[in-house]
Design a protein around this ligand. Structure first.
Ligand code: G6P
Length: 366
């Protein structure tokens, strides 16, 4: 084979551990450490005049798009719509003249995303594609390609492609913020420096994977699992649930922590592990009160946070310590424990991690 597993038991594990390298590779193409600035590929339109952005993707790539929405709206003050390709293309979407449509796809071949790209092109939008396969159909048909440099991804469940997509999208959001005048030169330099620290922070987190094995053993016995997060960690919660159901076949939901009370809290009892992604950011207190509501219903909290002392060991079912991070860097870091939890839970259950049943790496038919 062209690509082998090295010392790893599965491609998925290998690809999880490659992330510091491939994220650094992808960032390296976009960031100039000497000037502290982001350098995007040449664009066939003026970035500063983009008024609205439509992001379309499927699966894990869709969650990268949701993270990008938070970044772009926060840093560049440009409104972003994010949609699933299979919905978008049949919905009669409204295109703003000169709007930018951004398609995210590891393979560059997903049928629904490709059809959505063609729809947006016919609708007069500028077309950008974040793809991992440079010779793919989407790369050929886009006006501009913002490539990820994840290398070949073999595991059906996407991992390294996702964090490389985040690397491109974060850089894009900073560049757009700069072009729009909402990010100063000094702020850009600070953000570039923060992005450059991500690969070494990722490596440190991966070093502690053993801490997740015990938790995964508990998860393997569950029938239903909830992942909850707020703000930019809400899409990471959904990605965690997707990963887990894809490869362990355990039913999982990703939910916005504040929305639990409108439904899923009815499911909570002593048999339901709840993975709380709760960094000590501006939403921390809100997340804590949501997690307390879960514990009051005997839910089994597994806290992933840089502030684990918010609860006692006895109160929690498990915990994983994270470094402190900003809104810009946090999604890259919190993606890792959720990938590893899914991986180790699947290994514990003995499923076919790299080739889960009923799933394909690229869905090229509708
Ligand atoms: C399939 C894969 C997922 C992937 C999705 C979108 O469902 O199993 O891992 O996220 O397609 O693929 P794309 O290549 O467009 O990113």
């Amino acid at each position: 084979a062209l690509v082998d597993k090295g010392n790893h038991r599965h491609f998925m594990q290998k690809e999880i551990f490659e992330q510091p390298t491939v994220v650094a590779q992808t960032l390296g193409r976009l960031l100039d450490p000497n000037t502290g600035s982001v350098r995007l590929p040449d664009l066939p339109f003026d970035l500063g005049s983009v008024k609205r952005i439509t992001i379309v993707a499927c699966g894990t790539s869709f969650y990268a798009g949701m993270v990008a929405k938070y970044w772009i709206e926060k840093f560049a003050r440009v409104g972003v719509d994010v949609d699933i390709a299979s919905e978008f293309r049949y919905r009669d979407p409204v295109y703003e003249t000169g709007g930018l449509a951004l398609f995210i796809s590891q393979s560059g071949e997903t049928a629904d995303t490709l059809a959505a790209l063609r729809h947006a092109k016919a609708g007069g939008q500028h077309i950008a594609a974040v793809v991992n396969v440079p010779q793919s159909t989407m790369a050929r048909e886009a006006d501009v390609v913002l490539p990820t440099y994840a290398g070949p991804e073999i595991g059906v469940a996407s991992t390294k492609a996702f964090t490389c997509q985040l690397a491109v999208l974060a850089s894009f959001a900073v560049a757009l913020g700069r072009a729009k005048g909402h990010v100063s030169e000094a702020e850009e330099a600070k953000m570039v420096a923060d992005l450059e620290r991500i690969p070494s922070q990722m490596a440190k987190i991966l070093h502690h994977q053993e801490d997740l094995v015990d938790i995964a053993r508990k998860l393997a016995k569950a029938r239903d699992i909830l992942f909850v997060g707020r703000g930019i960690h809400y899409p990471i919660a959904m990605e965690g649930a997707l990963k887990l159901k894809e490869i362990s076949y355990i039913h999982a939901e990703g939910y916005a922590a504040g929305e639990l009370k409108h439904g899923p809290i009815a499911l909570i009892d002593e048999n339901v592990p709840v993975i709380g992604l709760a960094p000590s950011d501006g939403l921390f207190d809100k997340s804590l009160s949501n997690l307390q509501e879960i514990m009051a219903r005997k839910g089994r909290l597994i806290l992933v946070s840089d502030h684990l002392t918010a609860f006692t060991e006895n109160e929690m079912h498990g915990s994983f310590a994270m470094p402190s991070a900003s809104d810009l860097t946090s999604p890259f870091l919190y993606a890792l424990p959720v990938q590893l939890l899914a991986y180790h839970t699947a290994v514990e259950k003995g499923t076919d991690v790299d080739q889960p049943r009923n799933l394909a790496k690229a869905v090229t038919v509708e």
